[in-house]
Design a protein around this ligand. Structure first.
Ligand SMILES: NC(=O)c1ccc[n+]([C@@H]2O[C@H](COP(=O)([O-])OP(=O)(O)OC[C@H]3O[C@@H](n4cnc5c(N)ncnc54)[C@H](O)[C@@H]3O)[C@@H](O)[C@H]2O)c1
Length: 261
């Protein structure tokens, strides 16, 4: 059988990308632009609605189709309104990219001293937020006979050494659980684990002279730092028919930081 690059195309598909409208040069922005370039209509969703509108405008200016939606993924009502907006604009949803998270604002918070309210808020966004989005959008995927979910985890979950890492490792658990539950309905559920990525948030969290970067420089097989664009190929694999037989996996895109058999 011939393999064609057409298998990576997303023409006629509708993708929701959360966390796509915040800081400049974000990973969500790269995802929204990449999905649109592959042919998908994109729902650019973020807590920061103004940022979402700016990314929507970029997608449209580059010839794509997109709408902007303000959403708080920690609030089921807000997520349901996002699902309704997607259906109204594009008739349904095929792809969910759970990319929104609290990260740079957390620093390297250790678990032992964290006030429990703060712990709950972090998990509400970084873990339950992804479940809220899946619960709201899987019914729309079922209507279309299948779909793709990609959860954005992190190399920082292998192993988890911070509250952020704990949330991301739990999101790996949600990935495998949903993959098993939804597989027979032709809904693939996978995760991408980026390495140190030079979004504005990534730069803020890990400046060149941080001990974390020194640690990476001693261990990473290739380049320590990547650009948001360098994650898009993995996303297109997991969102397109090229990845139809891949589910329940974590795809590490990190220059060889987390090496797993
Ligand atoms: N930059 C890196 O080095 C790196 C590495 C590994 C994983 N990641 C992950 O990649 C994703 C994107 O990271 P980024 O570097 O682009 O950071 P970013 O801060 O630019 O993106 C996160 C986005 O999530 C949004 N958000 C936060 N809370 C929200 C809520 N309750 N509802 C809706 N949106 C909300 C923010 O407004 C922001 O736009 C995150 O999941 C992050 O954990 C980043």
């Amino acid at each position: 059988m011939a393999i064609s690059s057409d298998k990576f195309r997303l023409d006629g598909k509708v993708a929701v990308v959360t966390g796509a409208g915040g800081r400049a040069n974000s990973i969500g922005r790269a995802y929204a632009l990449g999905l649109a370039q592959a042919g998908a209509s994109v729902v650019v969703a973020d807590l920061k609605e103004e940022g979402a509108r700016a990314v929507r405008d970029e997608v449209v200016a580059s010839g794509g189709r997109a709408i902007a939606v303000g959403v708080d993924i920690a609030k089921p009502d807000s997520v349901r309104a996002m699902a309704a907006a997607a259906r109204e604009a594009f008739g349904g949803v095929d792809i969910l990219v759970n990319n929104a998270a609290l990260m740079a604002e957390l620093g390297h918070l250790a678990a032992i001293d964290i006030p429990i309210e703060q712990w709950n808020r972090i998990l509400d966004v970084n873990l339950t937020g992804a479940l809220n989005c899946a619960q709201a959008l899987v019914p729309l995927m079922r209507e279309r006979g299948g779909g793709k979910i990609v959860n954005q985890v992190s190399g920082g979950a292998f192993p988890a050494l911070s509250v952020y890492g704990i949330g991301k490792l739990a999101l790996v658990g949600l990935t495998t659980t949903l993959a098993r539950q939804l597989g027979r309905e032709k809904i693939n559920v996978n995760a991408i684990a980026p390495g140190n990525t030079m979004s504005e948030a990534g730069r803020q969290l890990t400046p060149d002279d941080s001990p974390f970067i020194k640690m990476l420089e001693a261990t990473v097989a290739m380049r320590v730092r990547g650009q948001p664009d360098e994650l898009v190929g993995a996303l297109l694999l997991l969102c397109s028919s090229a990845g139809d037989w891949i589910t329940g996996q974590v795809l590490h895109v990190d220059g060889g930081w987390v090496l797993r058999p």
